[in-house]
Write a protein that binds this ligand. Sequence first.
Ligand code: FES
Length: 122
Amino acid sequence: MSQFPVELLVCTRCRGGDDPADDDVRPGARLHQRLAETGLDGVRLTPVECLSNCAQGCTIALRGPGRWTYVYGRIVAEGDLAPVIDGARKYAASTDGLVPWRERPEHFRRNCIARIPPLETS
Ligand code: FES
């Protein structure tokens, strides 16, 4: 098992939609950079190029062995990172990735793009 059983994927190609696209660093890459600077205990941060949710802001996903995978969109690169950090910590604290609805950050409740069941292994 990995040192970090939970992984936060951040699309570094996202253009966001919230930020002007006239600089060299895309909003998704800025989001990844900000999260890397903040640090997430027990969560591996992994940059990826496109989660196929390109029209809905910056996109992230949470996954881990034996856990449901969740994809979230409309993350604002320059916005408050607290919901992402809070959501990732609660996801990591769960055994199966299922965080009770009322305990999820509001942004996660309103901007879940998909959830995917865990891979069944024997
Ligand atoms: S470029 Fe980020 S989801 Fe496609």
